[in-house]
Design a protein around this ligand. Structure first.
Ligand code: NAP
Length: 257
């Protein structure tokens, strides 16, 4: 049995659903104990809560902590919950929201909400973990950006702004925390089949899906497991000399237009 994350502890925000849930399950199969930090316990896509699934399908331990990432203190509590297993080694700032918008009509409340969840949540999630990691033997922080953090889109301008901010925060954090043995990297998923793309924006399962897929060299949408595999690399010692990196997981969509 492989064990890339034996004796490691990971805190993953937004891990009740989608990409975060897949990362939690993948990390647990590699031996990591997991703290699921999410605003709700039930998966958006249905099924057993992530921590119960991990307890039943792996030898790892998992716990759910109710955490709204817009609250710095709740993020601190989520990271503290990792102490039960020995303290945080891997922090994944994954919780995020998406919606399309029209620039001239974006109101302040909508803007603030997306900035708070996507950017502030990532900033203070990373800070909470890094504070513990500097006192330990370092660690790995992974921030979920998007291909929308690499290129501008007219149709979801606020989201692009948040994901671009996450990309540069990642580089700056990597620069700041590198001497303490803390690596910080970003993942930029493309079109991934989660409730974000089946419900928040109706792409998957609609007529629009085929058009999107034809623009992807791999000719398929990504699955949350594709993102989880990339995250496993960044979480593990295989990426020991990789920091301040943007790992694109999009089937080739971005760099081949
Ligand atoms: P998802 O299926 O909607 O899962 C997101 C999870 O985050 C949900 O469990 C959600 O809970 C939770 N969440 C929302 N607001 C939160 C908050 N304030 N505090 C704590 N948790 C919160 O989305 P996903 O597709 O897995 O997305 C995960 C990450 O990948 C996001 O950062 C997203 O931007 C990024 N990403 C996704 C795609 C894609 O195609 N799916 C592409 C690029 C990047 P609720 O159920 O309560 O909302």
């Amino acid at each position: 049995m492989s064990s890339m994350l034996t004796d490691r502890v990971a805190v993953i925000t937004g891990a009740s659903s989608g990409n975060g849930r897949a990362m939690a399950r993948r990390f647990a199969t590699e031996g990591a104990d997991i703290v699921i930090a999410d605003i709700q316990e039930e998966p958006r896509e249905g099924g057993e809560p992530t921590h119960e699934l991990i307890d039943s399908e792996t030898d790892a331990s998992a716990t759910y902590v109710e955490c709204d990432v817009t609250s710095r203190s709740e993020l601190e509590d989520a990271v503290d919950a990792a102490e039960e297993y020995g303290g945080v080694d891997v922090m994944v700032n994954n919780a995020g929201i998406f919606h399309e918008d029209e620039f001239l009509e974006v109101d302040e409340e909508t803007y603030d909400r997306m900035m708070d969840i996507n950017v502030k949540g990532t900033f203070f999630g990373a800070q909470a973990a890094a504070k513990r990691m500097v006192d330990a033997d370092g660690g790995s922080i992974i921030n979920l950006s998007s291909v929308a953090g690499l290129e501008g889109s007219a149709d979801y301008i606020t989201y692009c702004g948040t994901k671009g901010a996450i990309r540069l925060l990642t580089y700056a954090m990597a620069s700041n925390l590198g001497p303490d043995g803390i690596r910080v990297n970003a993942i930029h998923p493309g079109l991934i089949e989660t409730t974000m793309t089946t419900e928040d924006v109706e792409i998957m399962g609609t007529d629009a899906e085929e058009g999107f897929v034809q623009a992807i060299p791999s000719r398929r949408a990504g699955q949350p497991e594709d993102v989880a595999d990339a995250a496993l690399y960044l979480a593990s010692d295989l990426s020991d000399y990789v920091t301040g990196e943007s790992l694109i997981v999009d089937g080739g969509m971005t760099n081949t237009q």
